[in-house]
Design a protein around this ligand. Sequence first.
Ligand SMILES: [Zn+2]
Length: 424
Amino acid sequence: VSAPVATLLVERAAALVTVADGRPGPFAGPRQGELGLVADGAVAADAAGRIIAVGPTAAVRAAVALAPDACVLDATGCCVLPGFVDPHTHAIFAGDRADELAERLAGADYLAILAAGGGILRTVRATRAATAEALVARAAGFLAEMLRHGTTTVEIKSGYGLSVAEELKLLEVARALAERGPQTIVATVLGAHAVPPEWRHAPEGYVAQVIQELLPRVAAADLARFCDVFCERGVFSVEQSRRILQAGAALGLRPKIHAEQKSAFGGTQLAAELGAVSADHLEYASEADIAALATAGTVAVLLPGAAFVLGEERLAPARALVAAGVPVALATDFNPGTCPILSMPLIIGLACLRRQLTPAEAVVAATRNAAYALGLGDDLGSLEVGKRADLVVLDAPAPGHLPYWFGRNLVRTVVKDGRIVWSS
Ligand SMILES: [Zn+2]
Protein backbone atom coordinates (compact mmCIF):
# COMPACT_ATOMS: atom_id res chain seq x y z
CA VAL A 1 0.00 0.00 0.00
CA SER A 2 1.52 3.33 -1.04
CA ALA A 3 1.43 6.31 1.29
CA PRO A 4 -1.15 9.02 0.56
CA VAL A 5 0.27 11.96 -1.39
CA ALA A 6 0.46 15.29 0.43
CA THR A 7 0.33 18.56 -1.46
CA LEU A 8 0.55 20.57 1.77
CA LEU A 9 2.56 19.85 4.91
CA VAL A 10 2.58 22.17 7.91
CA GLU A 11 5.18 20.84 10.36
CA ARG A 12 7.14 21.44 13.56
CA ALA A 13 4.39 23.50 15.21
CA ALA A 14 5.24 24.33 18.82
CA ALA A 15 1.62 23.51 19.58
CA LEU A 16 -0.78 21.84 17.17
CA VAL A 17 -4.34 22.37 18.41
CA THR A 18 -6.47 19.58 16.89
CA VAL A 19 -9.66 20.18 18.94
CA ALA A 20 -10.24 16.45 18.48
CA ASP A 21 -10.30 13.36 20.65
CA GLY A 22 -11.42 10.74 18.13
CA ARG A 23 -15.08 11.02 19.05
CA PRO A 24 -17.71 12.95 17.07
CA GLY A 25 -19.99 15.73 18.28
CA PRO A 26 -19.49 19.16 19.79
CA PHE A 27 -17.39 19.43 22.95
CA ALA A 28 -19.58 20.06 26.02
CA GLY A 29 -19.05 20.08 29.76
CA PRO A 30 -15.50 19.00 30.70
CA ARG A 31 -14.70 18.47 26.97
CA GLN A 32 -15.41 22.17 26.27
CA GLY A 33 -11.77 22.89 27.15
CA GLU A 34 -10.18 19.90 25.34
CA LEU A 35 -7.70 21.26 22.82
CA GLY A 36 -6.19 17.94 21.72
CA LEU A 37 -2.70 19.48 21.82
CA VAL A 38 0.24 17.89 19.98
CA ALA A 39 3.77 19.17 20.66
CA ASP A 40 6.04 19.40 17.59
CA GLY A 41 2.92 18.79 15.55
CA ALA A 42 2.21 18.50 11.86
CA VAL A 43 -0.76 18.25 9.54
CA ALA A 44 -0.79 17.10 5.91
CA ALA A 45 -3.44 17.63 3.24
CA ASP A 46 -4.06 16.11 -0.19
CA ALA A 47 -4.90 17.77 -3.51
CA ALA A 48 -8.61 17.55 -2.65
CA GLY A 49 -7.97 19.81 0.36
CA ARG A 50 -8.64 17.12 2.94
CA ILE A 51 -6.48 16.26 5.93
CA ILE A 52 -4.65 12.96 5.35
CA ALA A 53 -2.41 12.90 8.43
CA VAL A 54 -2.14 14.77 11.71
CA GLY A 55 0.08 14.22 14.75
CA PRO A 56 3.74 14.54 15.75
CA THR A 57 5.91 15.79 12.87
CA ALA A 58 7.94 12.57 12.62
CA ALA A 59 4.82 10.42 12.45
CA VAL A 60 3.15 12.60 9.79
CA ARG A 61 6.35 12.71 7.72
CA ALA A 62 6.47 8.90 7.85
CA ALA A 63 2.80 8.49 6.95
CA VAL A 64 2.68 10.54 3.74
CA ALA A 65 4.53 10.89 0.46
CA LEU A 66 5.21 14.49 -0.51
CA ALA A 67 4.07 15.52 -3.98
CA PRO A 68 6.95 16.97 -6.06
CA ASP A 69 5.39 20.42 -5.92
CA ALA A 70 4.15 20.10 -2.32
CA CYS A 71 3.98 23.23 -0.20
CA VAL A 72 5.90 22.67 3.05
CA LEU A 73 5.37 25.21 5.80
CA ASP A 74 7.75 25.32 8.75
CA ALA A 75 5.71 26.34 11.81
CA THR A 76 8.61 26.34 14.27
CA GLY A 77 7.69 28.49 17.28
CA CYS A 78 4.11 28.81 16.07
CA CYS A 79 0.75 27.54 17.21
CA VAL A 80 -1.40 25.89 14.52
CA LEU A 81 -5.14 25.58 15.03
CA PRO A 82 -8.30 24.96 12.99
CA GLY A 83 -9.50 27.92 10.94
CA PHE A 84 -12.02 29.94 12.93
CA VAL A 85 -15.69 29.39 12.23
CA ASP A 86 -17.90 32.46 12.70
CA PRO A 87 -21.43 31.05 13.08
CA HIS A 88 -23.41 34.31 13.41
CA THR A 89 -22.93 37.40 11.24
CA HIS A 90 -25.04 39.98 9.44
CA ALA A 91 -22.29 40.79 6.94
CA ILE A 92 -24.41 41.94 3.98
CA PHE A 93 -25.52 45.54 4.40
CA ALA A 94 -25.04 49.06 3.07
CA GLY A 95 -24.16 52.21 4.98
CA ASP A 96 -23.12 52.48 8.61
CA ARG A 97 -24.59 53.66 11.93
CA ALA A 98 -21.65 55.50 13.44
CA ASP A 99 -23.87 58.38 14.60
CA GLU A 100 -26.21 55.93 16.35
CA LEU A 101 -23.30 54.97 18.60
CA ALA A 102 -23.15 58.57 19.82
CA GLU A 103 -26.91 58.47 20.49
CA ARG A 104 -26.57 55.30 22.51
CA LEU A 105 -23.61 56.69 24.45
CA ALA A 106 -25.82 59.69 25.27
CA GLY A 107 -28.37 57.31 26.77
CA ALA A 108 -30.70 56.28 23.93
CA ASP A 109 -31.97 52.70 24.24
CA TYR A 110 -31.30 50.25 21.38
CA LEU A 111 -34.87 48.91 21.17
CA ALA A 112 -36.28 52.47 21.48
CA ILE A 113 -34.15 53.57 18.48
CA LEU A 114 -35.54 50.60 16.52
CA ALA A 115 -39.13 51.41 17.56
CA ALA A 116 -38.62 54.97 16.27
CA GLY A 117 -37.66 53.71 12.80
CA GLY A 118 -33.88 53.84 13.28
CA GLY A 119 -31.44 51.06 14.06
CA ILE A 120 -32.01 47.97 11.91
CA LEU A 121 -34.63 49.84 9.86
CA ARG A 122 -32.11 52.50 8.87
CA THR A 123 -29.78 49.83 7.55
CA VAL A 124 -32.78 48.32 5.73
CA ARG A 125 -33.36 51.59 3.87
CA ALA A 126 -29.70 51.82 2.83
CA THR A 127 -29.51 48.15 1.88
CA ARG A 128 -32.67 48.23 -0.24
CA ALA A 129 -31.22 51.18 -2.13
CA ALA A 130 -27.99 49.33 -2.91
CA THR A 131 -27.46 47.10 -5.95
CA ALA A 132 -26.58 43.44 -5.50
CA GLU A 133 -23.18 44.16 -7.11
CA ALA A 134 -22.42 46.90 -4.59
CA LEU A 135 -23.44 44.62 -1.70
CA VAL A 136 -21.21 41.81 -3.00
CA ALA A 137 -18.25 44.19 -3.24
CA ARG A 138 -18.79 45.57 0.26
CA ALA A 139 -19.26 42.17 1.90
CA ALA A 140 -16.30 40.71 0.02
CA GLY A 141 -14.16 43.36 1.67
CA PHE A 142 -15.44 42.34 5.08
CA LEU A 143 -14.83 38.67 4.32
CA ALA A 144 -11.26 39.44 3.24
CA GLU A 145 -10.68 41.18 6.57
CA MET A 146 -12.18 38.20 8.41
CA LEU A 147 -9.82 35.91 6.49
CA ARG A 148 -6.82 37.94 7.65
CA HIS A 149 -8.02 37.28 11.20
CA GLY A 150 -8.17 33.53 10.56
CA THR A 151 -11.86 32.97 9.81
CA THR A 152 -12.30 30.27 7.16
CA THR A 153 -16.05 29.62 7.52
CA VAL A 154 -18.69 32.34 7.90
CA GLU A 155 -22.42 32.20 8.44
CA ILE A 156 -24.25 35.18 6.89
CA LYS A 157 -27.84 36.10 7.62
CA SER A 158 -30.18 38.09 5.42
CA GLY A 159 -32.44 40.45 7.37
CA TYR A 160 -31.84 43.95 5.99
CA GLY A 161 -34.24 43.46 3.07
CA LEU A 162 -37.49 42.69 4.93
CA SER A 163 -39.55 42.04 1.82
CA VAL A 164 -39.68 38.93 -0.33
CA ALA A 165 -37.75 40.48 -3.22
CA GLU A 166 -35.17 42.25 -1.04
CA GLU A 167 -34.51 39.24 1.20
CA LEU A 168 -34.03 37.08 -1.92
CA LYS A 169 -31.61 39.72 -3.24
CA LEU A 170 -29.50 39.44 -0.07
CA LEU A 171 -29.45 35.65 -0.22
CA GLU A 172 -28.37 35.83 -3.88
CA VAL A 173 -25.54 38.10 -2.70
CA ALA A 174 -24.58 35.43 -0.14
CA ARG A 175 -24.57 32.83 -2.92
CA ALA A 176 -22.31 35.05 -5.06
CA LEU A 177 -19.94 35.44 -2.09
CA ALA A 178 -19.87 31.66 -1.60
CA GLU A 179 -18.96 31.19 -5.27
CA ARG A 180 -16.13 33.73 -4.99
CA GLY A 181 -14.53 31.93 -2.04
CA PRO A 182 -12.16 31.17 -0.49
CA GLN A 183 -14.22 30.88 2.69
CA THR A 184 -17.07 28.44 3.21
CA ILE A 185 -20.20 30.61 3.40
CA VAL A 186 -23.38 29.37 5.08
CA ALA A 187 -26.55 31.38 4.44
CA THR A 188 -29.43 31.88 6.87
CA VAL A 189 -32.74 33.51 6.02
CA LEU A 190 -33.62 36.08 8.69
CA GLY A 191 -36.71 37.62 7.12
CA ALA A 192 -37.98 38.05 10.68
CA HIS A 193 -35.21 40.41 11.78
CA ALA A 194 -37.59 43.34 12.32
CA VAL A 195 -41.08 44.32 11.22
CA PRO A 196 -40.59 46.46 8.08
CA PRO A 197 -42.09 49.98 8.05
CA GLU A 198 -44.73 48.99 5.45
CA TRP A 199 -46.17 46.46 7.91
CA ARG A 200 -45.69 48.49 11.08
CA HIS A 201 -49.40 48.63 11.80
CA ALA A 202 -50.11 45.08 10.62
CA PRO A 203 -47.14 42.93 11.67
CA GLU A 204 -49.19 39.74 11.28
CA GLY A 205 -49.38 40.47 7.57
CA TYR A 206 -45.60 40.47 7.37
CA VAL A 207 -45.34 37.22 9.35
CA ALA A 208 -47.79 35.66 6.87
CA GLN A 209 -45.69 36.92 3.95
CA VAL A 210 -42.54 35.40 5.44
CA ILE A 211 -44.27 32.06 6.00
CA GLN A 212 -46.29 31.86 2.78
CA GLU A 213 -43.99 33.53 0.24
CA LEU A 214 -40.44 34.13 1.43
CA LEU A 215 -39.55 30.80 3.04
CA PRO A 216 -40.97 28.62 0.21
CA ARG A 217 -39.04 30.65 -2.39
CA VAL A 218 -35.82 30.48 -0.35
CA ALA A 219 -36.18 26.72 0.01
CA ALA A 220 -37.13 26.19 -3.65
CA ALA A 221 -34.02 28.05 -4.82
CA ASP A 222 -31.85 26.40 -2.13
CA LEU A 223 -30.69 29.86 -1.01
CA ALA A 224 -30.27 29.14 2.72
CA ARG A 225 -29.47 26.32 5.09
CA PHE A 226 -31.10 27.84 8.20
CA CYS A 227 -34.09 29.96 9.20
CA ASP A 228 -33.64 32.49 12.03
CA VAL A 229 -35.92 34.87 13.97
CA PHE A 230 -35.23 37.87 16.25
CA CYS A 231 -37.48 36.72 19.11
CA GLU A 232 -37.63 39.75 21.41
CA ARG A 233 -39.95 42.17 23.13
CA GLY A 234 -41.26 44.60 20.51
CA VAL A 235 -39.88 42.55 17.61
CA PHE A 236 -41.35 39.04 17.09
CA SER A 237 -43.30 37.20 19.79
CA VAL A 238 -42.59 33.61 20.82
CA GLU A 239 -45.78 32.54 19.10
CA GLN A 240 -44.87 34.31 15.83
CA SER A 241 -41.32 32.96 16.07
CA ARG A 242 -42.65 29.42 16.55
CA ARG A 243 -44.82 29.64 13.43
CA ILE A 244 -41.99 31.05 11.30
CA LEU A 245 -39.41 28.52 12.48
CA GLN A 246 -41.83 25.60 12.10
CA ALA A 247 -42.68 26.73 8.57
CA GLY A 248 -38.96 26.93 7.76
CA ALA A 249 -38.26 23.52 9.29
CA ALA A 250 -41.04 21.96 7.22
CA LEU A 251 -39.19 23.24 4.13
CA GLY A 252 -35.83 21.86 5.30
CA LEU A 253 -34.51 25.14 6.75
CA ARG A 254 -33.21 24.19 10.20
CA PRO A 255 -34.11 26.62 13.02
CA LYS A 256 -31.78 29.10 14.67
CA ILE A 257 -32.95 31.88 16.96
CA HIS A 258 -31.90 35.21 18.48
CA ALA A 259 -32.99 34.52 22.05
CA GLU A 260 -32.92 36.25 25.44
CA GLN A 261 -30.67 39.10 24.22
CA LYS A 262 -32.38 42.08 25.84
CA SER A 263 -34.92 40.41 28.12
CA ALA A 264 -36.13 37.05 29.42
CA PHE A 265 -38.66 36.47 26.66
CA GLY A 266 -38.98 32.73 25.99
CA GLY A 267 -36.92 32.24 22.83
CA THR A 268 -34.54 29.78 24.46
CA GLN A 269 -37.35 27.43 25.49
CA LEU A 270 -38.66 27.69 21.94
CA ALA A 271 -35.22 26.74 20.58
CA ALA A 272 -35.21 23.64 22.77
CA GLU A 273 -38.82 22.78 21.88
CA LEU A 274 -38.06 22.94 18.15
CA GLY A 275 -34.66 21.22 18.42
CA ALA A 276 -32.92 24.31 16.99
CA VAL A 277 -29.34 23.82 15.84
CA SER A 278 -28.36 26.86 17.94
CA ALA A 279 -29.76 29.46 20.32
CA ASP A 280 -27.84 32.72 20.05
CA HIS A 281 -27.15 35.61 22.52
CA LEU A 282 -28.72 34.20 25.77
CA GLU A 283 -27.77 37.13 28.04
CA TYR A 284 -31.04 36.67 29.97
CA ALA A 285 -31.23 32.86 29.84
CA SER A 286 -32.40 31.28 33.12
CA GLU A 287 -31.40 28.02 34.83
CA ALA A 288 -34.50 26.40 33.31
CA ASP A 289 -33.52 27.69 29.85
CA ILE A 290 -30.03 26.23 30.26
CA ALA A 291 -31.43 22.86 31.33
CA ALA A 292 -33.73 22.86 28.30
CA LEU A 293 -30.82 23.51 25.91
CA ALA A 294 -28.80 20.72 27.52
CA THR A 295 -31.67 18.26 27.03
CA ALA A 296 -32.28 19.35 23.43
CA GLY A 297 -28.56 19.24 22.46
CA THR A 298 -28.81 22.77 21.07
CA VAL A 299 -25.52 24.70 20.74
CA ALA A 300 -25.37 28.00 22.67
CA VAL A 301 -23.80 30.68 20.45
CA LEU A 302 -22.49 33.52 22.62
CA LEU A 303 -21.88 36.97 21.13
CA PRO A 304 -19.74 38.86 23.65
CA GLY A 305 -18.91 41.56 21.09
CA ALA A 306 -22.52 42.75 20.89
CA ALA A 307 -22.90 42.79 24.68
CA PHE A 308 -19.62 44.74 24.92
CA VAL A 309 -20.56 47.31 22.27
CA LEU A 310 -24.04 47.78 23.76
CA GLY A 311 -22.47 48.31 27.19
CA GLU A 312 -24.50 45.45 28.64
CA GLU A 313 -23.72 44.73 32.27
CA ARG A 314 -25.50 41.43 31.94
CA LEU A 315 -23.41 38.70 30.33
CA ALA A 316 -24.58 35.36 28.98
CA PRO A 317 -24.31 32.64 31.66
CA ALA A 318 -21.34 30.94 30.00
CA ARG A 319 -20.10 29.16 33.14
CA ALA A 320 -23.56 27.75 33.89
CA LEU A 321 -23.93 26.62 30.26
CA VAL A 322 -20.61 24.76 30.40
CA ALA A 323 -21.46 23.28 33.81
CA ALA A 324 -24.81 22.05 32.47
CA GLY A 325 -23.17 20.34 29.50
CA VAL A 326 -24.45 22.72 26.81
CA PRO A 327 -21.87 23.03 23.98
CA VAL A 328 -20.83 26.69 23.83
CA ALA A 329 -19.78 28.41 20.59
CA LEU A 330 -18.60 31.97 19.95
CA ALA A 331 -19.43 34.32 17.06
CA THR A 332 -18.81 37.94 16.16
CA ASP A 333 -22.44 38.96 15.38
CA PHE A 334 -20.73 41.31 12.90
CA ASN A 335 -23.32 43.95 11.91
CA PRO A 336 -23.48 47.72 11.45
CA GLY A 337 -25.48 48.46 14.59
CA THR A 338 -24.51 46.45 17.64
CA CYS A 339 -21.16 44.88 16.71
CA PRO A 340 -18.66 46.14 14.13
CA ILE A 341 -16.13 43.52 15.30
CA LEU A 342 -15.22 40.96 12.64
CA SER A 343 -12.19 39.38 14.33
CA MET A 344 -12.72 36.03 16.02
CA PRO A 345 -9.46 36.44 18.02
CA LEU A 346 -10.93 39.64 19.50
CA ILE A 347 -14.14 37.75 20.38
CA ILE A 348 -12.05 35.00 22.02
CA GLY A 349 -10.31 37.72 24.01
CA LEU A 350 -13.59 39.29 25.13
CA ALA A 351 -15.00 35.91 26.17
CA CYS A 352 -11.92 35.27 28.32
CA LEU A 353 -11.24 38.74 29.69
CA ARG A 354 -14.81 39.16 30.87
CA ARG A 355 -14.15 35.91 32.77
CA GLN A 356 -16.69 33.86 30.95
CA LEU A 357 -14.53 31.17 29.38
CA THR A 358 -10.99 29.84 29.81
CA PRO A 359 -8.69 30.35 26.80
CA ALA A 360 -8.99 26.64 25.92
CA GLU A 361 -12.79 26.71 26.16
CA ALA A 362 -12.94 29.83 23.99
CA VAL A 363 -10.77 28.24 21.28
CA VAL A 364 -13.03 25.16 21.22
CA ALA A 365 -16.03 27.52 21.06
CA ALA A 366 -14.57 29.40 18.07
CA THR A 367 -13.67 26.28 16.06
CA ARG A 368 -15.22 22.85 16.67
CA ASN A 369 -18.40 23.96 18.46
CA ALA A 370 -18.95 26.84 16.06
CA ALA A 371 -18.83 24.31 13.21
CA TYR A 372 -21.51 22.22 14.94
CA ALA A 373 -23.60 25.38 15.37
CA LEU A 374 -23.70 25.37 11.55
CA GLY A 375 -24.30 21.65 11.20
CA LEU A 376 -20.82 21.33 9.66
CA GLY A 377 -18.98 19.72 12.56
CA ASP A 378 -18.40 16.47 10.70
CA ASP A 379 -16.74 18.33 7.83
CA LEU A 380 -14.64 21.09 9.43
CA GLY A 381 -13.78 22.88 12.68
CA SER A 382 -11.13 20.44 13.93
CA LEU A 383 -7.89 18.96 12.60
CA GLU A 384 -8.77 15.32 11.93
CA VAL A 385 -8.13 12.96 9.03
CA GLY A 386 -10.88 13.34 6.43
CA LYS A 387 -11.90 16.85 7.41
CA ARG A 388 -11.20 19.98 5.39
CA ALA A 389 -7.65 21.27 5.79
CA ASP A 390 -8.71 24.69 7.11
CA LEU A 391 -6.11 26.04 9.50
CA VAL A 392 -4.42 29.05 10.97
CA VAL A 393 -0.74 29.53 11.85
CA LEU A 394 -0.27 31.98 14.72
CA ASP A 395 2.77 34.13 15.32
CA ALA A 396 2.78 32.80 18.91
CA PRO A 397 3.67 29.45 20.48
CA ALA A 398 0.40 28.60 22.24
CA PRO A 399 -3.36 29.26 21.90
CA GLY A 400 -3.41 31.15 25.21
CA HIS A 401 -1.67 34.00 23.39
CA LEU A 402 -4.93 34.77 21.54
CA PRO A 403 -6.71 36.39 24.53
CA TYR A 404 -3.42 37.56 26.05
CA TRP A 405 -2.41 39.82 23.13
CA PHE A 406 -5.91 41.31 23.12
CA GLY A 407 -6.55 43.47 20.05
CA ARG A 408 -3.50 42.25 18.12
CA ASN A 409 -3.79 40.06 15.06
CA LEU A 410 -1.41 37.13 15.59
CA VAL A 411 -2.49 35.33 12.41
CA ARG A 412 0.54 34.67 10.20
CA THR A 413 -0.87 32.26 7.60
CA VAL A 414 -4.35 31.00 6.70
CA VAL A 415 -4.95 27.72 4.86
CA LYS A 416 -8.36 26.91 3.34
CA ASP A 417 -9.07 23.52 1.75
CA GLY A 418 -5.35 22.70 1.79
CA ARG A 419 -4.18 25.89 0.07
CA ILE A 420 -2.54 29.00 1.51
CA VAL A 421 -5.08 31.79 1.04
CA TRP A 422 -3.46 34.49 3.11
CA SER A 423 0.00 35.12 4.52
CA SER A 424 1.24 38.15 6.44
ZN1 LIG B 1 -27.58 38.66 15.24
